[in-house]
Ligand binder design. Structure first.
Ligand SMILES: [Zn+2]
Ligand SMILES: [Zn+2]
Length: 303
C-alpha cells in the first residue's frame, strides 16, 4: 500500500487508474495534478517502483520529446539562417550514432541508480505525499538549484578540460564541434555521473540542510534542467532566445562557443561565472577582455 496519502478510510474499491483518480477527487483541496500524482502512487501500490518508473519515464519522454523539435527544425531550410555554426547541420548518420549512444547510456548508466532514489528520499526526508508545497516554495527551491548546479557545472566542467580528464573522459562530449539537441547527454559514463550529481545531489544537500523538499519539485527541476541542457546544445540562436531578455542566461549562444573553441564558457545555465573569471569563449570575448584590461592599466598609469 502506498504512503502517498495518510487516510484512505473514505476510499471505495479501486481496480482501475480511473477508480484511484476518482478516490483522490473526493479529497478536498487537491488540484488535478495532485490528484493524478496521488492516484499514480496509489494505483501502482509500490512507492519504490512508482518513483523509479516515474523518474525514468519523465527523463526519457522529456529528453527525447525536447530533442524532437530541434531534429525537425534541422530539416526545415527556413531555420538555417538562425543556425550559429551555419555550415554544420548534423548528418542523419551522426544523429543516429548519437541517439544509439545516448540510449545505451540511459539504460546502462542512469536506469540503475534511479531505483535507489525512493529509499534515499525516505531516508533524508524528501516528501512525496499530497498535497504539494506552495508554488512559491517550489519556485524558490528550483531557483536555488539552478544557481548551485551552475556553479557545480562550471568548476567540474572546467576541471574536465585538464589533461587526462579531457583525454579519457570529456573528449567524447566534444566529438561534435557544432552541437545539436541530442548531443546534450552524449558523454562518457563518468561525466554523466559527475555532472548528473550536480543535478540530483544539490536537491539532496538542500533537503539535508533545510528539511524542506518535495519529490514533485525535484521532478520539475529535472525537467527544466533537461530542457536547458537540450536547448543549450540546439545550435540555434533566435532573436527571441531567452538570453536577449535575461542577459545572464547562457543558452545555445554561450554553449555553442564552448563546443566551437573547446576552451571557455564552461557554465551551464548562467553567464556570471565565465564573465567574472574571464573564461568566456571566442575571439570576440577575448578581445573585449583584453581591451578592458588595457583601459584599466592605462587609467592606473595616468593616476
Ligand atoms: Zn567541455
Ligand atoms: Zn556540450
Amino acid at each position: 500500500m502506498s504512503s502517498v496519502y495518510h487516510d484512505y478510510s473514505s476510499f471505495s474499491n479501486t481496480t482501475t487508474f480511473a477508480d484511484a483518480y476518482n478516490n483522490f477527487s473526493t479529497i478536498e483541496g487537491l488540484n488535478p495534478l495532485e490528484k493524478l500524482w496521488g492516484a499514480y502512487y496509489y494505483y501502482i501500490g509500490n512507492d519504490i517502483f512508482a518513483t523509479g518508473l516515474l523518474f525514468f519515464c519523465v527523463h526519457e519522454f522529456l529528453y527525447f520529446g525536447r530533442c524532437l523539435p530541434w531534429a525537425i527544425i534541422d530539416r526545415i531550410p527556413y531555420f538555417n539562417k538562425y543556425k550559429i555554426q551555419e555550415a554544420k547541420i548534423p548528418s542523419n548518420k551522426e544523429q543516429w550514432e548519437c541517439l544509439k549512444s545516448v540510449l545505451t547510456s540511459h539504460f546502462l548508466v542512469e536506469a540503475f541508480p534511479i531505483w535507489f532514489f525512493h529509499p534515499l528520499c525516505q531516508k533524508i526526508g524528501i516528501q512525496y505525499q499530497v498535497p504539494f508545497p506552495s508554488i512559491w516554495a517550489m519556485a524558490l527551491h528550483i531557483a536555488v538549484f539552478f544557481v548551485c548546479e551552475d556553479a557545480w557545472h562550471y568548476w567540474f566542467h572546467r576541471g574536465l578540460h585538464y589533461g587526462a580528464f579531457y583525454k579519457y573522459i570529456h573528449k567524447q562530449h566534444h566529438r561534435y564541434a557544432a552541437p545539436f539537441g541530442l548531443a546534450a547527454e552524449y558523454a562518457h559514463p563518468v561525466e554523466v555521473m559527475l555532472l548528473g550529481t550536480g543535478t540530483v545531489g544539490i536537491p539532496i544537500i538542500w533537503c539535508l540542510i533545510t528539511g524542506q523538499l518535495h519529490l514533485f519539485t525535484v521532478c520539475i527541476w529535472i525537467a527544466l534542467r533537461l530542457f536547458q541542457a537540450v536547448d543549450a546544445h540546439s545550435g540555434y540562436e533566435f532573436p527571441w532566445s531567452l538570453h536577449h531578455f535575461l542577459p545572464f542566461w547562457a543558452g545555445a549562444d554561450h554553449h555553442d562557443e564552448h563546443h566551437h573553441y573547446f576552451i571557455g564558457s564552461y557554465a551551464s545555465s548562467f553567464r556570471w561565472w565565465d564573465f567574472v573569471l574571464g573564461t568566456e569563449a571566442g575571439p570576440g570575448k577575448k578581445e573585449k577582455r583584453e581591451s578592458k584590461m588595457k583601459i584599466k592599466a592605462e587609467s592606473k598609469k595616468s593616476i
